[in-house]
Design a protein around this ligand. Structure first.
Ligand code: DGY
Length: 327
């Protein structure tokens, strides 16, 4: 008998084929996120669940699934949608999808930096609207990216991949670490200089966020921190929306305390603060950091591989976040 697995959203056909070959699948039949009630009902009796970041996996969800549940294989590297402690207490393994989306997300951070400084969406709208005027030396002037200072908050996989790309633009690299600075004060992998958060805020021309969302990082960037940044600086967020106090960000952008922002994530997705939507100095994207055909396929394969390791072979899933449940 194939193990029963719930997939909360249809994935690419190649991934669905791989899952179908190995598991007795239940798949969300809707072209939308399941309601909480639908999800809790669908989870009942499953041995594995493959959720997206849109599903909250907490004690209630784990209990709704039942004691036969062995693994939740998140289809994302971020796992703030999952209560890992609750899962560990119930002996359920949690996995995520690291590595495969690092470069794709870093590419998007650079895209946002360039789009907001060089006013790419605005120029595109002008051209499509037949409003390309004659060439004018004062028209659509933006800000340079090259040779500016990039401040990274968090220097994990994606942060370093952004740093590597920024080095190609001749940028000066500084970062605020999660814990202590390394010996020598420079990251051995990308060469970014380690400084305190306040120093990074004060020196960065671009501040790019690369921390996971946890209780400690919730509203890491609020009114006080934004006020420490240069008025000419740009904020780039491809991490998680609630790392920034969105109300404080709107106020900083509206008052000229901050030059602009490139945002792929929001505090209350899919809702976007109405104050952001009306601003000309922001570029807004609908959480598409990992959204390429190849990367989404790789994420699906990774999640399926984690499910297969535990449910088919009784092995440790490669990306297990709570390996203590396996012993
Ligand atoms: C992640 O993996 O955490 C992204 O935000 C969604 O792809």
């Amino acid at each position: 008998m194939k193990p029963k697995v719930l997939i909360t959203r249809r994935l690419s056909q190649a991934v669905m084929d791989m899952l179908n070959d190995n598991f007795a699948l239940s798949v969300n039949p809707h072209e939308r996120v399941m309601t909480r009630e639908e999800f809790l009902a669908a989870a009942r009796g499953m041995e594995g669940i493959l959720p997206l970041l849109t599903e909250r996996i907490d004690g209630e969800a784990l209990d709704a699934a039942g004691p036969q549940l062995r693994i939740v294989a998140n289809h994302a590297v971020g796992y703030n949608n999952i209560d890992v402690h609750a899962a560990t207490a119930r002996g359920v393994a949690i996995t995520n999808t690291p590595d495969v989306l690092t470069d794709t997300t870093a590419d998007l951070a650079l895209a946002l930096m360039l789009a907001v400084t060089r006013r790419v969406p605005e120029g595109d709208r002008l051209c499509r609207g037949g409003r390309f005027p004659e060439w004018n030396p004062q028209f659509m002037l933006g800000a340079d990216v090259h040779h500016k200072t990039l401040g990274l908050i968090g220097l994990g996989r994606v942060g370093r991949a952004v740093a590597k790309r920024a080095a190609g633009f001749g940028m000066r690299l500084i970062y605020a670490p999660h814990g202590e600075c390394p010996a020598g004060g420079v990251d051995p992998v990308c060469g970014a200089k380690c400084l305190s958060l306040d120093e990074v805020l004060a020196q960065a021309d671009f501040l790019s966020l690369h921390v996971p969302l946890t209780e400690e990082t919730h509203h890491l960037l609020g009114a006080v921190e934004l006020a420490r940044m240069k008025p000419s600086a740009f904020l780039i967020n491809t991490a998680r929306g609630p790392v920034v106090d969105e109300q404080a960000l709107v106020e900083a952008l509206t008052s000229g305390r901050l030059a602009g922002a490139g945002l792929d994530v929001f505090e209350n997705e899919p809702l976007i603060h109405p104050g952001l939507v009306g601003l000309g100095n922001v570029v807004l994207l609908p959480h598409v950091g990992s959204a390429t055909v190849d990367t989404r396929m790789a994420m699906g394969i990774k999640a399926a591989t984690n499910l297969a390791a535990l449910l088919l072979r009784g092995e440790a899933p490669p990306d297990c976040l709570n390996p203590e449940v396996l012993s």
